[in-house]
Structure formats: structure tokens, C-alpha cells
Write a protein that binds this ligand. Structure first.
Ligand code: ADP
Ligand code: MG
Length: 461
């Protein structure tokens, strides 16, 4: 028995440097050595997902470590063990994970946080989002300053803190950074929730017939017995009355108790028409800060930060090129970087602007495609007039063609929402709304998705 424990310890010792901490911490470390018969080594896991995750992410590393330790080829079997799972549940998986995360946090240098991408603690925070790896630019100075101030003295200064701005500009990142700092420095109870999760949770609580009261109480406890509540993307509350009332009550309870509330939204409270006046005014009680689009230098700095974190060398002209292409959305900039990074890991080629153009499927034509050209093409495709697309008709066929045109304009040109708004003669919030709506529908409706892809390809040609 002792032997297999020793073997496994030695295996972990080797493997821990090769397996990313996001896999190692939650999945490999909790494995329990079980049996070794000279040909195969089996380990038990109390987490059913571990079997697949290990097979997918690190089986070969473990097998080769095992070979090094025992000196011959040995098969590794990861077995899901129900008994172990029950025990784990009893011991409260939550506190175990929290310990583990705290432990990893202590061991890791800040530069390694990116490899903890997937890990989430019971507070629902993603360890990737910290103040240390947020690049502050003119666009985000105020939001960053306010966020750090709140993290320093939660519940004291700016309550609530309301952060707003377009998609992919770092709102969630800052909000979660506040959460981490408070969690690790003040040891307070932090809860991060998206408006959507809050809504689902509420529906779940009210849709259970018999034990409705208990469920409702549990729901309320969950959000009111915290020191810091982070609510992401509050604009999705629009029109959901029951949820709004619940957000309001939660807000009141926490605020009265001096607890910190942080809210993000893609627009300021006054531009969320369906919000009740009382909730809107509460959102305006504290501090409202916006995050704008980062300038070229900031975008370049973000890329350089990503490169450093990934131990990659990106030539200056590549950084400059990418920062010029992705102007309006850091998430897209990051997406492009990830593609390039995956590519370079695979081929070990030197990264040049020409390679990058191929990888991101960049075409010079794109910059020549105007929004007016896109409007023409969409009008033709859906057999409606250009005036209709720029107009206000709510006739279903026209309204949906208009939304597709807006979506295509954004996807193809990458222009900012205000700029696209000018071209369509609409407010940027309308543009944003249409864009998000189509984006969501595409994910659910394959026919629409096909249509839009066809259309975009046609325009790009
Ligand atoms: P939002 O919530 O505003 O839509 P996110 O916070 O999810 O945007 O940011 C999108 C991605 O871009 C995240 O991976 C985030 O880490 C990254 N990001 C955004 N702004 C910055 C920044 N200023 N510095 C570093 N990373 C950033
Ligand atoms: Mg977000």
C-alpha cells in the first residue's frame, strides 16, 4: 500500500511542472492511488468528469511520469469511484477547493495566473481576472481607479459601483478583480453572479410547487448573506419584472447592511428603459464609471502583456498590425492572439505579419467594404429596400433584416457601435441590442446561422 502511494507521489512530483495548474489543481491532485499490478496502475477519482478531463488533457504526461518512476511501460486507469464521491461531498467539496485555490495562489507567481483560466472557486470567480493583469489605459483609468478603491474599502466609498461600456472592454474582468482582492485581502464573502444566472436561479426557486417557501428562502439567503455581491450584465434585466423586484429587494437588504454591490452593464442605467425608476435611481446612488474603447497604444500593451504571459515573442510589427485590426473589442483581440499562439505552438514558425494575416483570415478588401455596401447587399438578399433597413418599420421581415444588416456590419468591419449607429441613423444602444440579439439567435437557430454566414461570405467576396 505504502508503495503505491510513494509511486504516485513521485509521479505527481514530475507531472506538476508539466500539467497546467488549472488541470493539475482540481483534477489530478485529488486522485487517490488504488492499485498497481506491474502492468497497470489505477487511481480513483471522486469526480466523474475527471476521467474524461484527464484523458483529454494530461494522460500522456502522467503515463510518461509513471514510466520514469517505475522504469517500465505502465498503463494508467482513472476510475470514477462513487464512494469517494460521497465522501468528498460530505467533506464539502467547496471548502476543499477553496483551500486548494488558496494554496495554488500562494505558490504561483502572478504571471502564471493565466493558466488558471478555467478554475473557479465557490464564489464563482475566474482566477484569470485580476488587477495585476488588467492593462490600464485612458479608456479605463477611472473604472480601474474606482474598482481598486472599492476593493480596498468595500461597502464604504462607492456603493454601488456601476461599471458600463461596450462588449469585450473589460467590465467583467474588473468586477472579478474586485472580487478576488476582497476575497484574498479581507477574507469577506464574495458572490459573483450574471444577471442570467440570477434569473434562472429565481425561476428555479419559484417553480417548485411544494417546498416553494424553502426554495425561495434559500435563494434569498444565497444572495443576501454575502458581504459583496457582483452582478454582471444587468442590462439583461430589461423587461423581467419579477427578477427586477428580487434584484431590488436584494439590493435594499445588502445596501442597508453596508455591504458592497458592484454592477456592470453595457449602458448606463438611464438607457435601460424597462428598469423601474426606483431601481434605476439606486444604481445611480453610488459611482457610475464607463469603460471606453482602448486606444492603439493600450491595445498594443494588452497584446504585449498576453505575449509575455504566454512566453511568446511577438515582433513589434505584428503587435502593431493586430492592434490596428482589432479596434473595438479586447475579447476579439485576445481571440486573435490565441489563434496565433496556438498556431505558433503547433508549427514553431516565426510569426510574421503575412502569417498572421492568414491565421486571422484577414483580407485587405475588408477595409474597403463600407457599411453602405453591406446595407445594399443585405437589402438585396432579403428583398427589402435600403430605406427600410435604415428606417423604423417594425414589420417582422424588415426588422429582422435590419438586425442582420447591423450584425453583418459589425462582424465585417469591426467598426464601433456608435459609428455603425451613425450609418444606420440609429442610437448606438439600438445597434448594440440588434447585434447581441442576432448573435444570440444564431447560436440557437441553425437556419439563421447559415443564412448569415452565406450573406457575410457573399459580401466578403
Ligand atoms: P466585458 O465584460 O466588458 O464584455 P471582459 O471583461 O469579459 O469584457 O473582457 C474580455 C476579455 O478581454 C477578457 O479576457 C479580459 O481579460 C480581456 N481584457 C479586456 N480589457 C482588458 C485590459 N484592459 N487589460 C487586459 N485584459 C483585458
Ligand atoms: Mg462581461
Amino acid at each position: 500500500m505504502d508503495d503505491i502511494v510513494k509511486i504516485w507521489d513521485a509521479v505527481l512530483d514530475i507531472a506538476k511542472d508539466e500539467i497546467p495548474p488549472s488541470t493539475f489543481g482540481p483534477w489530478v491532485l485529488p486522485l487517490v492511488p488504488h492499485n498497481y499490478d506491474g502492468n497497470s496502475f489505477s487511481v480513483l477519482s471522486g469526480q466523474s468528469l475527471a476521467v474524461q478531463i484527464i484523458a483529454k488533457n494530461c494522460q500522456p504526461i502522467l503515463v510518461s511520469a509513471l514510466k520514469k518512476v517505475v522504469g517500465s511501460e505502465v498503463a494508467l486507469n482513472v476510475i470514477y469511484d462513487e464512494e469517494l464521491s460521497k465522501k468528498l461531498k460530505k467533506k464539502s467539496a467547496k471548502s476543499r477547493r477553496e483551500d486548494l485555490i488558496a494554496d495554488l495562489e500562494n505558490k504561483l507567481a502572478p504571471s502564471k495566473y493565466e493558466s488558471l483560466k478555467q478554475m473557479r472557486s465557490s464564489t464563482n470567480l475566474n482566477l484569470k481576472y485580476k488587477f495585476e493583469n488588467f492593462v490600464v489605459g485612458e479608456n479605463s483609468k477611472l473604472a480601474y481607479f474606482a474598482s481598486t478603491a472599492v476593493a480596498k474599502e468595500p461597502g464604504k466609498k462607492y456603493n454601488p459601483l456601476f461599471i458600463y461600456g461596450g462588449a469585450g472592454l473589460g467590465k467583467t474582468h474588473l468586477m472579478q478583480a474586485i472580487g478576488h482582492q476582497i476575497l484574498f485581502e479581507h477574507g469577506l464573502k464574495v458572490k459573483f453572479v450574471t444577471t442570467e444566472e440570477f434569473l434562472n436561479d429565481l425561476i428555479n426557486a419559484i417553480s417548485h410547487g411544494s417546498d416553494k417557501t424553502t426554495k425561495m428562502n434559500n435563494f434569498r439567503d444565497k444572495y443576501r448573506k454575502v458581504d459583496v455581491l457582483l452582478i454582471d450584465d444587468i442590462q439583461f434585466l430589461e423587461g423581467k419584472q419579477r427578477t427586477e423586484i428580487e434584484v431590488f429587494n436584494t439590493f435594499e437588504a445588502l445596501h442597508n447592511a453596508g455591504k458592497q454591490i458592484v454592477i456592470t452593464s453595457d449602458r448606463p442605467p438611464e438607457n435601460i428603459p424597462a428598469l423601474s425608476d426606483r431601481l434605476r435611481s439606486r444604481f445611480q446612488w453610488g459611482l457610475m464609471v464607463d469603460i471606453g474603447v482602448p486606444d492603439l497604444e493600450t491595445r498594443m500593451a494588452i497584446l504585449q502583456k498576453l505575449a509575455r504571459e504566454n512566453h511568446m515573442e511577438l515582433p513589434f510589427n505584428v503587435v502593431e498590425f493586430l492592434a490596428q485590426v482589432y479596434k473595438n473589442n479586447v475579447r476579439e483581440l485576445e481571440g486573435a492572439f490565441n489563434k496565433i499562439s496556438a498556431y505558433s505552438a503547433l508549427y514553431q514558425n516565426e510569426i510574421t505579419v503575412d502569417e498572421v494575416k492568414k491565421i486571422i483570415k484577414y483580407s485587405e478588401n475588408k477595409i474597403n467594404i463600407t457599411i453602405d455596401g453591406i446595407i445594399d447587399a443585405v437589402a438585396e438578399y432579403y428583398n427589402v429596400s435600403v430605406e427600410d433597413l435604415k428606417g423604423t418599420s417594425r414589420f417582422a421581415k424588415i426588422a429582422s433584416a435590419r438586425q442582420v444588416a447591423i450584425y453583418a456590419a459589425r462582424e465585417i468591419t469591426g467598426e464601433s457601435f456608435p459609428y455603425i449607429g451613425e450609418k444606420f441613423g440609429k442610437k448606438h444602444t439600438t445597434i448594440l441590442y440588434s447585434y447581441e440579439k442576432i448573435k444570440e439567435e444564431i447560436s440557437k437557430n441553425s437556419e439563421l446561422s447559415q443564412d448569415v454566414t452565406d450573406l457575410i461570405n457573399k459580401i466578403n467576396d
